[in-house]
Design a protein around this ligand. Sequence first.
Ligand code: BES
Ligand code: MN
Ligand code: ZN
Length: 497
Amino acid sequence: MQFQTWKNKVTDVAADCLIIGSYEDGALTPHAASVDAASGERLSRLIKRGDFNGKLAMTFMLPEPDGVKAPRVLVVGLGPKAGYSRKAWRKAVAAAMLHAGRTQSKSVALALPRPTARELDDQVFGRVVAELAGAALYKINDLKTAKKPKPPQLDTILLESAKAAASKKIHAGFDEGVALAAGAVAMRNLANLPGNVCTPSYLAKQAEALAKRYKSITTKVLGLEEIKREKMGCFLAVTQGSDEPPRFIVMQHKHPRAKKAPLVLVGKGITFDTGGISLKDPPTMDEMKFDMSGAAAVMGAFTTLGELNLPLNVVGLIPTCENMPSGRAIKPGDIVTSASGQTVEILNTDAEGRLILCDALHYARRFEPAAVIDLATLTGAIVVALGTHHTGVFSNDDALAHDLVKSGVRADDRAWHMPLTEEYGEQLKSNFADFANVAGRDGGSITAAAFLGKFTKDLKWAHMDIAGTAYAGGNNKGSTGRPIALLTDFLVRRAAR
Ligand code: BES
Ligand code: MN
Ligand code: ZN
């Protein structure tokens, strides 16, 4: 996606599609008023006739209005003028991009009022425009055999020119948004694939492909024998019931100017979670193909890192396997030894995410990381607690948690800081091992985090439970690409420090 600017009169903008806005009470924005005046009041008449009411995100295409250079003028509803905010602006831009993407327009000019700088600074403004365009153009990677429609042609976005300093920031932000969109597409395409295609070996191949595509990235893949050599007893316990071989993926993004200790990102890569012997109920079990969303998010973040070549040192760790019932599967009550040496009584084989993550978190220690962040569709309990709007953030370091929450706010990819005090860890008590892998129903997302906390002592660590946010069920079933926007903001700010 290309970035360009337009200046002077809105009626002279040379773009295939010009996007203007109108409020709910019929009030036109200044740019819309200019178009209205030049076109013989096409817009006013449209509104008077009642065909366009300005409701937020409503769109209407005016083809070839007189007095306007652009061959298409797309009017988008901005909702009530008094309530026009960053949120409304986002929804309006998203709707307009979606509509413009369905035309043959190659270039689109935005002429909507910008939210105040306090709500949206120049850099994030540019970033969000590119992010929303990328999301609007995303076509789900289905395996339907019918002929695919012609893909959208849109490849250029024009924004109204600003003062030089602001323009530079907007442009830089736009490039971040393009990389963010590429990361989100990478994540969504991986997570949407069915479990019979997206196996642990497939994920490993894709991680190797990332290293081919980006000079800054290297990938190393451990197979079963090497995983055994690392004594990852918990990870091995989960994979032992499956016929698909496990993989432990180690990616590294290294910039020559990055001298600081690395940030480690760990992603849960269960390519299908049946629950194992503690088998899940059938109704929505298919959605457990999304149980590698954490892994997909790490690979998405690496795509963004590779695109931007950010001056950072980042390690990506992905333990990946299936969780299956079989004659070789682990059974409730089995006791295994983790890579850290601590023993775990597996009371519920469906609490497998924490088992593969605990060995990966231990592996992270060898990088002497500045911080470790894991991403996992870890618990149904976080969906009960927060629904699908906020990602749950747990941490042994308040500053790190606050930083992630802040990125969520800046990126409109929200996260909520959850408690993580000792009492929850005490609930994991076992009579037979150092601790159990589950602790009953109460505070289920927190006891899961507390389990991981047993393996991250003396590390600066945060855990993001994305079970409610990484994918949607029902009619909109599919990966959402969250939390790539949050992570992009986090990484960009970290690189600027
Ligand atoms: N992958 C699931 C968590 C999950 C559930 C993600 C629903 C998305 C939607 C995880 O492996 C799991 O099964 N967790 C159990 C833990 C329980 C056995 C303590 C759960 O949440 O039910
Ligand atoms: Mn499970
Ligand atoms: Zn799972």
